[in-house]
Design a protein around this ligand. Structure first.
Ligand SMILES: *[C@@H]1O[C@H](CO)[C@@H](O)[C@H](O)[C@H]1NC(C)=O
Ligand SMILES: *[C@@H]1O[C@H](CO)[C@@H](O)[C@H](O)[C@H]1NC(C)=O
Ligand SMILES: *[C@@H]1O[C@H](CO)[C@@H](O)[C@H](O)[C@H]1NC(C)=O
Ligand SMILES: CC(=O)N[C@H]1CO[C@H](CO)[C@@H](O)[C@@H]1O
Length: 379
């Protein structure tokens, strides 16, 4: 077992070298999460107080205590509209406080999510910017510029930034939808601009690569890699450019499936670790860095979905807690990008509120089904 792992690691390292001929001053290939403390977002952990109170009201002391463990876990901070840029300031302020108190270097996870004509295929998460109303210029000037300025002013911290979940996935598979065809040049220009604007040593960029059930099929893997390469090239000559890719943001796929779901039958990407592995050679062929972060904020229970495409308030639990011990050399870290608790929409579980609204019964279920790594946290 060990020998095989070492061989695979050696091969993939060799692949990386040949794909990126590096000059003497090329940045070292370091996992930005190693040795850092993952930032815990008090805005989210505060909301879980109502979940704890609900368990106590039911006389369920065990799960009330488990909520305290969940409150120790790091989640990403979503910046999804212009008015949410202040969330970056709040996170920076809080992270500095913790860093001063503990002496441990903090890494803050951020999601950058505000492209014009957002969510072209479903429209469920359509954003505030419209390409017909000068959206791309506004995105660059009013969103990316201040975003970059805030990060640039905090070199004492580290940042992992997920770029625009879902967007490039739509350009790979949904070009038959007129809105996506129209959005394509806007998306590529917008993300390339974000990459170019966020070139700082303390900022690691991860382009969103959707998930194994979407781009993980054999036919889609090379198309996805080509789409990513196009955007990175458009960003021009850079320094570090991007660190890698994020997968499964807000979805329910397990990282390491103990039992394969039937609906994954023909796919080599039946869980997110295998998706990262499947995509790797295609990225390397395009000269792109094959490094991943995988969202395990919510993981669907085995058998909870009849089809892979089910996405709405699926029966799930909080997943593996963030760690760099991923058992896969191409995976930098498991992270919780989607902070469990906000409803996906009025669908899935009974009583679900509109998208984005807190759904406490759902959170209680996430706690009850939490991964063992959550339960072993000392609170
Ligand atoms: C998957 O397929 C097997 C074999 O057909 C069946 O026994 C099993 O119940 C199925 N699992 C689910 C979750 O539907
Ligand atoms: C890595 O493998 C070990 C040993 O099998 C296992 O206990 C652990 O849960 C795995 N880690 C992840 C993140 O899946
Ligand atoms: C998946 O789990 C198995 C069994 O615990 C373990 O041997 C393997 O290393 C794990 N793989 C990953 C990628 O976590
Ligand atoms: C970024 C991403 O992959 N998002 C997807 C997560 O999974 C759900 C369910 O398959 C999709 O609807 C999202 O688009």
């Amino acid at each position: 077992m060990k020998a095989t792992t070492a061989l695979v690691a050696a091969l993939s390292a060799a692949g990386a070298v040949s794909a990126h001929p590096s000059g003497p001053k090329a940045p070292k290939d370091v996992n930005p999460f190693i040795g850092k403390q993952y930032f815990v977002n008090p805005e989210w952990t505060g909301k879980l107080e109502q979940t704890r109170a609900a368990f106590l009201a039911q006389g369920d002391k065990v799960n009330a205590a488990n909520v305290k463990k969940v409150q120790k876990v790091s989640t990403f901070v979503w910046v999804s509209r212009l008015s949410e840029l202040s969330r970056i300031d709040d996170a920076i302020k809080e992270a500095r406080k913790v860093q001063r108190r503990t002496g441990k270097k903090q890494i803050i996870g951020l999601v950058l999510y505000n492209l014009p004509d957002r969510d072209c295929s479903a429209g469920e998460s359509a954003g505030e910017l419209k390409s017909d109303e000068n959206g791309l210029e506004r995105y660059k000037e009013e969103f990316i510029k201040p975003y970059a300025k805030k990060l640039a002013a905090a070199p004492d911290l580290s940042f992992a930034v997920v770029l625009e979940p879902d967007s490039l996935g739509n350009l790979v598979t949904n070009m038959g939808i007129p809105q996506c065809e129209k959005a394509a040049p806007i998306y590529t220009a917008g993300i390339a601009h974000a990459i170019k604007s966020l070139q700082y040593k303390h900022v690691s960029l991860y382009i969103d690569a959707a998930h194994g059930g979407w781009l993980g099929w054999n036919d889609n893997l090379p198309l996805a890699a080509k789409e990513f390469a196009k955007v990175v090239q458009l960003a021009g000559k850079g320094k570090n450019k991007i660190r890698g890719f994020s997968t499964n943001v807000s979805n329910y796929n397990p990282y390491n499936a103990t039992i394969r779901e039937n609906y994954t039958e023909w796919s080599n990407s039946w869980d997110e670790s295998n998706y990262a592995t499947s995509l790797t050679p295609f990225l390397e062929a395009e000269g792109l860095p094959a490094h991943f972060i995988v969202d395990q904020g919510r993981v669907g229970l085995y058998g909870a979905r009849e089809e892979w495409g089910e996405w709405c308030n699926v029966e799930a639990g909080f997943g593996q807690v963030p760690t760099t011990k991923t058992n896969n050399t191409v995976v930098d870290s498991i992270v919780w990008i989607k902070p469990g608790g906000e409803s996906d929409g009025e669908c899935g579980m009974a009583g679900a509120p509109r998208a984005g609204f807190w759904f406490d019964e759902y959170v209680q279920m996430l706690v009850k089904n939490a991964h063992p790594s959550v339960l072993s946290i000392r609170a």
